[in-house]
Design a protein around this ligand. Structure first.
Ligand code: BG6
Length: 516
């Protein structure tokens, strides 16, 4: 088997990585481990430095200890060799900073120049703001005012969702950023785009003569995208109660996945060509014209108490930092149309929710039935063919076809042929954040969301949110640990379809042939 890790061994150009919010959860769980993995794989050479920035005071040693702990706990590589660790750790410095105080930025500049000269870094600076979005504007402004953007190399801003609360707030935020950074310097992370199998959707589509000719309304009856989670809102009740599933997962991850499934093949694999195609899909989404259309096509739900694997689970309204009368949705499912030649008439059913029975991200492409069933005389109904792309936590694809039951005269049964990528590559598959940090450092913005994508996605989602806001109490419920409100099943049943079982719930009658 080829060693997938070694296929890309290009090193990033020398740069200083600033992690604002360096004492926070994202830095600890994702960013430090990602940087360490890149170093371990030789993708970061010795001409790099990391400067952690946060309000809390920390000595450089304390900061390096934090980084060490985070790697041991969350990284797919562990620190085993002390000399190797010391060489890595000396690239890390820390600056305690009140982000509103301009003097601090001047000191930060001095520190930066000293690490740049120590490690021979040519002035390239990447600012990763692991901060609340309200702070993006003022930090950008202060970076400029404090002289942090006057070095000779490139300057890039990397930010996380949520990018605004609606189109209006997103526009305001974007205008603030644009006063300092050009669009091509802004890398908006949607971590789903960093997932191996999301990136693989393009390859499966555009590199296989099997699929691309069938990838349209003549052959596909519907597409289902599921992003289900078993977790509740954990300690994020405060944020989540304000956001809800539509804004937390729908505006970004779900619509981004939909664009990858539905986009036209780009003429070239340049970031802008790919993003042009993605934004065309978003522009083709059929807007819901009235609140009634929203009601007919979008289901929202909130979990009540329930049970999963013998464990009692509280209802959403009982969660910490959640309003006990909250009407925030923890689940939504929608029927969406992409109004263009390729997809006219094909429903895309999308659903996401917290406290569902399994954690999985899956795309099911259901093909149309054969024009006629020649086996009907023998009383065989034929199941539709499926192509299933498993994104998370299992990675792989399978196709479901109909085949003759071995040894029988005429029995036909569904057969699933599976390629389980995670079984082969296992935990060595690079994490989304590794890819994204690596790409941003190389100036590759393909898997980051461009402003027009963000804006168009908000415009679509805003109509749903506005309709819901007219009638906030009109929300379905589902027991924690179940598959969501019944209305979500009806959404498909009305069209003669059903949600296909996802990961871990395969139907019994299917024969599995696996490679992996
Ligand atoms: C985040 C959401 O963007 O994605 C979370 O804010 C959600 O609510 C998470 O849990 C899911 O990501 P993943 O990679 O675990 O599927």
């Amino acid at each position: 088997m080829a060693d997938i890790q070694n296929l890309e061994s290009l090193q990033t150009p020398g740069a200083v990585f600033f992690i604002f919010g360096a004492t926070g959860d994202l830095a600890r769980r994702k960013l430090f481990p990602a940087i360490y993995s890149l170093y371990r794989e030789g993708k970061l050479a010795e001409d790099f430095a990391v400067i952690g920035v946060a309000r809390r005071p920390r000595t450089p040693e304390e900061f390096r200890d934090d980084v060490h702990r985070s790697i041991q706990e969350f990284c797919r590589y562990k620190v085993e060799d002390t000399a190797h660790w010391t060489r890595f750790a000396e690239h890390f410095s820390y600056k305690s900073l009140d982000i509103n105080n301009i003097d601090g930025y001047v000191e930060l500049r001095e520190l930066t120049e000293s690490v740049e000269s120590r490690f021979g870094i040519p002035g390239n600076r990447m600012f990763y703001l692991a901060l609340a979005p309200e702070l993006f504007g003022s930090v950008s402004f202060n970076l400029q005012k404090g002289g942090m953007l006057s070095s000779g190399g490139w300057h890039r801003l990397v930010i996380e969702k949520p990018f605004g609360y609606d189109l209006l707030s997103a526009q305001k935020l974007n205008e603030e950023l644009n006063q300092v950074f050009k669009e091509e310097e802004i890398y908006r992370i949607d971590h789903y785009l960093g997932k191996e199998m999301v990136q693989n959707i393009e390859v499966i589509r555009f590199a296989n003569a099997f699929f691309e000719p069938l990838w349209n309304n003549k052959h596909i009856s519907n597409i289902q995208i599921t992003l289900s989670e078993t977790v509740g809102v954990e300690e994020r009740g405060g944020y989540y109660d304000h956001s809800g599933a539509l804004r937390d997962m729908g505006q970004n991850h779900m619509l981004q996945m939909l664009t990858m499934i539905a986009m036209e093949p780009p003429s070239r694999l340049y970031p802008e060509d790919i993003r042009d195609e993605k934004v065309k899909v978003l522009r083709s989404l059929r807007p819901y014209a009235t609140p009634l259309e929203v009601k007919e096509n979008v289901v929202r739900g909130q979990y009540t108490e329930g049970e999963s694997m013998g464990k009692h689970l509280p209802g959403y309204r009982q969660e910490d930092k959640v309003d006990p009368n909250s009407n925030t949705e923890t689940y939504f499912a929608a029927k969406v149309f992409v109004d263009n030649f390729r997809w006219a008439g094909v429903p895309f059913y999308i659903r996401t929710g917290k406290r569902l029975p399994v954690k999985t991200t899956e795309v099911v492409v259901e093909f149309k039935q054969m024009p006629t069933n020649v086996y009907l005389g023998q009383k065989h109904t034929l199941e539709p063919n499926l192509l299933v792309i498993r994104v998370n936590p299992m990675e792989g694809i399978y196709i479901k076809i109909n085949a003759k039951k071995p040894g029988s005269e005429s029995a036909i049964e569904p057969l699933a042929m599976e390629f389980c990528q995670s079984c082969q590559v296992g935990i060595n598959s690079p994490e989304a954040y590794e890819r994204l940090i690596y790409d941003a450092a190389n100036g590759d913005s393909t898997y980051f969301t461009r402003w027009d994508e963000v804006a168009t996605a908000w415009a679509f989602v805003d109509r749903i949110a506005a309709a819901w806001a007219q009638n906030p109490g009109d929300i379905s419920t589902y027991s924690a640990g179940s598959w969501g409100p019944e209305e979500a099943a009806e959404l498909l049943a009305k069209d003669g379809f059903h949600w296909w079982p996802v990961n871990g719930q395969e139907e019994d009658n299917v024969i599995w042939i696996s490679r992996g």
